[in-house]
Ligand binder design. Structure first.
Ligand SMILES: [Zn+2]
Length: 221
């Protein structure tokens, strides 16, 4: 009998490339953004059939800000036009794949990234879709963490095998509803998402390694 495990098939191009060879420390198969100037970003409007809800763009913005404030000021983002933005966020329908995906972009010879987020939580398997239907904050936690994960790839971060990390790859299995619940349980209101990064110490230290930042100060909230 065919048995579908949505959690085990998280569609990340990242895995396909990142897992092919052991990478030395402080490198990334995707490279990093040039941080000498602010990184321009564009968040697409709602896309028909994607399950996009009002405010999802805000979740993507909060995810971007969470990475930025854990980078000791080295990463700055500024809104720009789609055609020139180095970092682009799109909302895609459920048939696109699971959760999200990141694709490298080259914009005017510069390294960029397009991030595809699937906000339709109804198609993530019976347990996750039920939790999301019963609890709007659980649903927003999924969309937020998906943005955070895919933006992490956009920044150059690869998957990890530690479920404490937002960069954890679901293909390794484990308690995926618990992965989202752990974050959701830190929230009392939707606004709490803006101040609750959802990044582990490991996520933050790898970000700082990648961008050659000091690791001692800052915090994960
Ligand atoms: Zn991934």
């Amino acid at each position: 009998m065919a048995h579908r495990h949505p959690a085990a098939t998280l569609a990340c191009l990242a895995l396909l490339t990142a897992s092919t060879a052991a990478q030395p420390q402080q490198s990334s198969v995707f490279g990093t953004f040039d941080t000498s100037t602010p990184v321009s970003f564009f968040i697409s409007p709602a896309e028909r059939g994607s399950g996009y809800r009002d405010g999802d763009a805000e979740l993507a913005t909060w995810a971007l800000e969470a990475w930025a404030r854990n980078a000791n000021g080295a990463l700055r983002f500024e809104a720009g036009e789609e055609s020139t933005a180095l970092l682009r966020v799109y909302w895609v329908p459920a048939n696109f794949g699971l959760y999200g995906e990141m694709r490298p972009l080259v914009v005017d010879g510069q390294r960029g990234a397009a991030v595809y987020i699937r906000p339709d939580t109804d198609a993530l398997g019976p347990e996750i879709s039920r939790l999301a239907r019963e609890d709007p904050l659980f649903r927003d936690a999924i969309v937020y963490l998906t943005c955070l994960h895919e933006l992490g790839h956009a920044l150059g971060l690869e998957h990890t095998a530690d479920i404490a990390d937002v960069m954890y790859f679901f293909g390794y299995g484990g308690d995926i509803p618990g992965f989202f619940a752990r974050y959701r349980d830190q929230l009392e209101s939707r606004d709490d998402i803006a101040r609750t990064a959802g990044l582990s110490d490991g996520d933050i230290s790898r970000l700082r390694e990648l961008y050659a930042l000091p690791s001692a100060d800052g915090d994960s909230r």
